[in-house]
Design a protein. Structure first.
Length: 108
């Protein structure tokens, strides 16, 4: 999970990580999905671009698509470890982990 290249490598291959699960934007089911890239995301790209547009950029082999998904994944991982740290300090990490793992490991 904490491989130094995983967020950007997966982003360059069309995969993003969200609190609801892992999405492969290369899949056709995202072609007409004009919702935000990640409504719960913390990065500006999450609210500035749609899933359909990101998918289009990837299929058109536009560099912007790879950049958008890499930025999203890096922001997601930063949010994930920030929250994990807060729960470690609060002493409730195990309960927090049990509550978020089903969501973030879900394949969308």
């Amino acid at each position: 999970m904490f491989d130094c290249v995983m967020p950007t490598r997966n982003g360059r291959n069309g995969m993003i990580f969200t609190w609801q699960g892992v999405m492969n934007l290369r899949n056709k089911k995202w072609e007409d999905d004009f919702t935000e890239l990640d409504p719960l995301g913390t990065s500006y790209v999450d609210h500035a671009y749609t899933r359909a547009y990101a998918r289009h950029l990837i299929h058109a082999q536009e560099m912007l698509g790879l950049e958008i998904l890499s930025i999203h994944n890096l922001a997601f991982y930063l949010d994930l470890v920030t929250q994990a740290r807060q729960h470690i300090l609060a002493g409730d990490f195990r309960a927090w982990k049990a509550s978020v793992m089903p969501g973030i490991t879900n394949r969308m």
